[in-house]
Design a protein around this ligand. Structure first.
Ligand code: ZN
Length: 306
């Protein structure tokens, strides 16, 4: 039998938590090694305080980056005909919220639809002469939306009589532009308990202002841009389903961008991306000064959405 006891000076030098001792013994060829660390209470509380300060600083930096370094809102004059005016977009938000909650089937939704339709007709009237703007008040027939994934996988939603405003903007003298399009969509309808300033009048306001600006310079595009102002989103994405399965322009869609509101402020964020549109993400990050991309949210949503 052999027994050896020694102070593990080498170990204690590399340890930041205080003193350490090591005991090693062997019996019948077997070795047992134990190490005991005695913590330093003073140093421990200092570490926790430093950690707290670091976390606070990180949270404060994230908040500042996300919510306080925002673009200065521009008026229509400052933005110019081809630019984007946040003030004008906000006017649309205010007008839509004034009709109150507008869920599917309500009279208020009819008013909201009429507002969006009128705004789109105005965009058509004021568009550049080299740009075609087509406005369609689309009435979707009944349909069945079978959910294949997400929380309600396996269930089928049945809908009928949904109305959407669909706008297609394309260069007048590029004939092939009609065959391929980029879809930008969001929803006009709200839930029954709110006027929906954020979800999703803010999206509709952005789309209307975006469409107005693009109608002034779309003669340089190679593809059409379709703006879909749909209803029936809050019932389970029925609006998007009815457009994709029933509207003739849907067959030309190559890329789809859906605007949605989550929270009450902050920068525009790529919250979820499906398939593998890396080029789209790169384009977004290069062209947008005030952008954010969250990969974890994407992964979580892929598990929950249909
Ligand atoms: Zn929404």
């Amino acid at each position: 039998m052999r027994q050896r006891r020694e102070t593990a000076s080498a170990s204690s030098k590399g340890s930041s938590s205080g003193e350490a001792s090591e005991e090693e013994s062997s019996s019948n060829g077997a070795e047992i090694r134990t190490t005991a660390y005695v913590g330093n209470p003073r140093r421990s509380s200092f570490v926790w305080l430093a950690l707290l300060l670091i976390i606070t600083y990180c949270c404060s930096s994230i908040y500042h980056y996300q919510f306080q370094s925002m673009p200065v809102p521009l008026t229509a004059e400052e933005a110019g005909k081809r630019g984007f005016s946040e003030i004008e977009a906000f006017k649309h938000v205010r007008a839509l919220t004034q009709v109150g909650p507008h869920p599917v089937g309500s009279e208020a939704l009819h008013l909201a639809l009429q507002y969006v339709l009128t705004a789109c007709e105005n965009i058509k009237k004021t568009a550049l002469w080299e740009v075609d703007v087509e406005v369609d008040l689309f009435h979707a027939k009944s349909g069945a939306n079978h959910l294949r994934s997400g929380l309600f996988s396996g269930r089928t939603l049945v809908y009928s009589d949904l109305n959407h405003v669909v706008v297609r903007i394309l260069p007048k003298y590029v004939s092939e532009a009609r065959g391929q399009s980029i879809l930008v969509s969001s929803h006009i309808d709200t839930v029954i308990s709110t006027a929906g300033a954020g979800d999703c009048s803010s999206c509709v306001g952005v789309m209307l202002e975006l469409a107005r600006g693009i109608s002034q310079w779309a003669h340089g595009l190679k593809r059409a841009i379709i703006f879909l102002f749909n209803t029936g989103e809050e019932e389970g994405l029925n609006g998007a389903h009815s457009f994709i399965t029933q509207h003739p322009w849907s067959k030309t869609v190559r890329v789809a961008i859906d605007l949605e509101a989550m929270g009450i402020g902050g920068k525009s964020t790529i919250f979820q991306k499906l398939f593998n549109p890396n080029e789209l993400t790169c384009g977004y990050s290069h062209s947008s000064t005030f952008s954010l991309c969250t990969r974890p949210c994407n992964n979580i949503l892929l598990l929950t959405l249909p």
